[in-house]
Ligand binder design. Structure first.
Ligand SMILES: [Zn+2]
Ligand SMILES: [Zn+2]
Ligand SMILES: [Zn+2]
Length: 173
């Protein structure tokens, strides 16, 4: 096989409708600012892909393919998100530290010392997913607990939870 130093691509982008290129070819494409989209089977410029700053990489699908496959992508994202959420909730005990609520839909991670919103903003993740990923990356640091939305809200609005005042109810913390 003859080697060539001609700049890549030698063909126009439109002509380069490749099947999945071998790893070596993928690296070569990347060096030339190009990336293969496995969905439309086309080689495109990096600027044709979404860049995820949090993950430090470009999207697998090009922008037009992301639009076409929006609902499938959203479906996969939701599955991934709930898997991460479940891991975090389980790591912190999996139930409300105040009332013992077990149903996952009601649970959230609480900053024991407060300042949760500021912390989330500082991490640049108002949606909460970035916060979950941060907890995982930091190997589930102390200072957090699980509260249900009721117990969390009551503490936020009134500074206490009615459960704490009920006879026979012990706050486990
Ligand atoms: Zn595509
Ligand atoms: Zn609760
Ligand atoms: Zn409570």
């Amino acid at each position: 096989m003859r080697t060539t130093t001609a700049p890549y691509p030698r063909k126009s982008l439109g002509e380069l409708a490749l099947e999945r290129p071998p790893a070596k070819e993928v690296r070569r494409l990347h060096r030339h600012g190009l990336k293969w989209c496995g969905t439309c089977k086309a080689v495109k410029l990096f600027s044709d892909y979404e860049y995820f700053a949090g993950l430090g990489r470009h999207s697998k699908l090009c922008k037009p393919c992301r639009v076409t496959n929006k609902s499938a992508i959203y479906g996969r994202w939701k599955v991934w998100r709930s898997k991460i959420r479940l891991e975090i909730l389980n790591a912190y005990g999996g139930l409300c530290a105040c009332c013992g609520e077990l149903r996952l839909e009601f649970l959230s991670v609480d900053h024991i010392a407060g300042g949760g919103n500021a912390h989330r903003r500082a991490l640049g993740c108002p949606s909460g997913l970035g916060f979950y990923l941060w907890l995982k990356r930091e190997n589930y640091p102390n200072g957090f607990r699980i509260l249900c939305h009721n117990c969390n809200m009551a503490r936020g609005f009134y500074g206490y939870c009615p459960h704490e005042r009920e006879v026979g109810m012990k706050d486990p913390f």
